[in-house]
Ligand binder design. Structure first.
Ligand code: TGC
Ligand code: FAD
Length: 391
């Protein structure tokens, strides 16, 4: 892979809207990505291996629980710093951002928001330091967009719960130490349970042959009469709103993360267009290439402003789930379109691992599907503005 020459576009001086802490977080994350992630990511993706070597660094830069309070081991940062961190990590690779998103928003957040004090003290500091890695099991083979139909269930057996069922498409499952699993009790009410690797009847087979998110490990969670200690149930929230509340936080991170992937594709295409000579001139002088590049920076700028405003609303506790859906949907589609256009600017070179564009494009095919598909987020906006559910 070519050396990482990334220069961040900031066409509307977004920097003026950031405080010193935001800029510090960005510089620290950006330089970690350049130094540690960029040099190894293409090889990991080609080999379809999750680069575990990055876990320690992710913990050190504060990417595990950026907004979780420091008393539980988190970085205690605001929502804009969290978003910027996701942007910079996804600038490197969506799969590595996935690992950070899952650990922070889908594992640490539910323990922090719905867990007992004992659970918070037991798990959060170790998750923040990367000593424990977690995963989040909501999706099932027959229930993806419609998780309320889930079949995973647990029974009260007196001194423990007995968990049965299966989850599919679970990021980090093959190596996670713990799983936050959503399952129904005997009354059909959804609860979160902390399932630990090593519990009898719990297995996590890996899903192979993905063309997307190849540097992220994906797998199943299978529960065959797993005895779950009663103290592992998250006590403070139940119902579908509990897992969906975690998704709000992860979807918000993706709205920023996708900008990172788009910025990397744009920056690569711009540099290539200035250097690549055809018909005796750089292709950057051609109107057709300028149209592609000008549209890319326009869309990136709009997405940056959307994400920044959403972050400000979240800092004030005012962002709605529907606003988050709009930003996730818009920004991922924007990134996917830019990846496709940028690939064309590079011609044949665009399909090789010498450049990051094709990897971003393939990764974004998962990002546009997970955490709620492109269609589902549109329907969430539709419901919000009309009052009618079209699911
Ligand atoms: P509905 O009746 O609308 O809602 C049920 C209850 O949930 C509440 N609620 C929310 N609460 C918090 N945040 C949200 N975003 C919420 N949306 C809804 C709602 O108020 C209600 O509460 P209550 O108290 O009245 O019971 O539920 P529905 O069954 O009609 O479904 C709605 C729908 C389709 C929007 C929802 O099911 C959905 O979002 N589906 C998409 C599923 C999804 O996103 N799965 C993601 C799995 S995890 C993942 O992909 C991780 S990838 C990680 C990575 O690698 O980065
Ligand atoms: P389906 O729900 O079967 O949808 C198929 C198609 O139908 C889609 O185009 C969808 O938009 C459309 N559709 C569905 N319902 C409607 C409707 N009402 N109206 C119109 N169109 C509709 N899940 C987890 O729980 N944890 C994870 O860590 C996780 N990681 C993932 C990692 C990867 C790499 C991938 C690819 C997925 C991951 N997922 C995870 C699962 C992801 O959240 C689901 O794939 C997603 O929610 C969609 O579910 P589905 O794939 O079953 O598609």
């Amino acid at each position: 892979m070519k050396p990482d020459l990334f220069t961040s576009p900031d066409y509307y001086n977004l920097d003026d809207l950031l405080n010193d802490e935001h800029k510090m977080v960005r510089e620290a994350t950006r330089s970690w990505v350049k130094k540690e992630l960029s040099p190894i990511i293409e090889d990991a993706a080609q080999k379809s291996e999750f680069p575990k070597v990055l876990l320690k660094g992710l913990a050190e830069i504060g990417a595990f629980g950026p907004y979780i309070p420091e008393e539980y081991g988190g970085a205690g940062l605001d929502q804009i710093s969290y978003g910027i961190m996701m942007q910079e990590i996804e600038r490197g690779d969506s799969g590595i951002r996935s690992t950070a998103s899952v650990q922070s928003s889908l594992v640490m957040y539910p323990i922090y928001a719905y867990g007992s004090e004992k659970q918070k003290k037991k798990y959060l500091p170790k998750l923040a330091s990367g000593e424990l890695i977690g995963c989040f099991g909501l999706t099932e083979p027959d229930f993806g967009s419609n998780p309320s139909g889930m079949l995973s269930n647990f029974k009260d057996e007196g001194n423990h719960y007995l968990l049965n069922g299966a989850k599919l498409w679970i990021s980090n499952a093959p190596f996670a130490d713990i799983a936050i699993v959503w399952a129904k009790n005997e009354e059909g009410r959804i609860h979160g349970l902390i399932v630990e690797r090593g519990m009898e009847g719990f297995s996590t087979p890996e899903t192979h042959n993905k063309w997307s998110l190849r540097a992220s490990a994906t797998g199943e969670l299978i529960f065959n009469n797993v005895k779950i200690p009663k103290e592992n149930l998250l006590p403070n929230k139940n119902g579908l709103g509990a897992p969906l509340g975690c998704l709000d936080s992860a979807r918000y991170g993706i709205a920023w993360g996708a900008i990172g992937a788009a910025m990397d594709c744009y920056d690569t295409a711009l540099r290539y267009a200035k250097e690549r000579i055809q018909f005796g001139k750089p292709i950057a002088v051609k109107q057709l290439q300028q149209k592609k590049l000008a549209e890319m920076i326009t869309e990136i700028t709009k997405a940056q402003l959307l994400a920044w405003r959403l972050g400000s609303l979240r800092n004030e506790g005012k962002a709605t789930s529907a606003q988050i859906s709009m930003a996730k949907r818009n920004n991922v589609e924007m990134a996917l379109k830019i990846a496709r256009e940028a690939r064309q600017v590079l011609g044949a070179m665009g399909i090789t691992g010498e450049y990051s564009i094709m990897r971003h494009m393939m990764n974004l095919e998962s990002v546009v599907t997970y955490e709620g598909t492109h269609d589902i987020h549109l329907l969430i906006t539709g419901l919000d503005i009309t009052g009618h559910s079209a699911f």
